[in-house]
Design a protein around this ligand. Sequence first.
Ligand SMILES: [Zn+2]
Ligand SMILES: [Zn+2]
Length: 331
Amino acid sequence: MLGLTKLASGPGNVAIAERPEPRPAPGHVVLDVVAAGICGTDLHIHDGEFAVVPPVTMGHEVAGTVAELGDGVDGSWLGVRVVTETYFSTCGECKWCSTGRPNLCRERRSIGTHVDGGFAPRLVVPVTNLHRIPDRLNAYAAAMAEPLACCCHSLLDPDRVGDDERVLVIGPGPIGLLAAQVARSSGGHVHVRGTPADAARLDVAGALGFATSTTAAAAPGEFDVVVECSGNAAGMAFALETAARGAPYVQIGLAGKPVMLPFDLVCFKELSGTSGFASTPTSWARALELIESGQVELEPLLSEAVPLEEWERAFAATRAAAGIKQVLLLN
Ligand SMILES: [Zn+2]
Ligand SMILES: [Zn+2]
């Protein structure tokens, strides 16, 4: 079986390579992967800026069908369309695991970074990680359930946005457009901001019903909550500057390197810096609820489903912020 693999640490060292055929251990299933989303993290992994345990098949935003069951797995799972949480294993005992925060477990091993992920036709995951997806949701869009769960973790656990609060989302990429929809589901009035190069993405934000602006325009006032999804120093500085006094500053974007920021504003305005690393079981439940209820739409964010062999083109498009979300097609 061929999979897109991080072969060794450092920049590059990514190629399609022969990978071990997955076998389901007890309590695990093999998924036929239909689609797996390309995430900013995958670019950081490609560039050697995000720690992984090579050689490892990349891909952690997975939608597929249950194809094989390990011992002890309920037979009703066979053939079910699913998305999967990303933790392959955690210690289950530390203070983080025992308080519903397995994302912070030091022993955490995730698909696509520590164990083989979804940029291959098949992968094995614990059955406890699976979530059924609605019939009407296409599997390409369903691969975005994972980044949606990450946004739910950052914005809903605990709730950062209150009814009628003004929310600024910086960076209209896939994470920004998911975060904007989550913030709106909490009652926020959301403004999405990008650069002039983001025109097409801001058009999608507009079509989803959000107010938008670009850095070519003046700051649109102060915001009760600022959500930074660009991972860009200028975006972070702008978020600190436009946050109202006492506001939460939510950092979701990753810079991949140290950045210079006017951090005194955290003090002068008593901002509370918050974030969320990856996702938790609670945030997955919230994500699936938002998809089921139609409060979050995934399809408008899907730009292209690209065959695995053309991964370089899809990675380049993601890097160039062309379109919104590229997913790789595996089956
Ligand atoms: Zn991701
Ligand atoms: Zn633990």
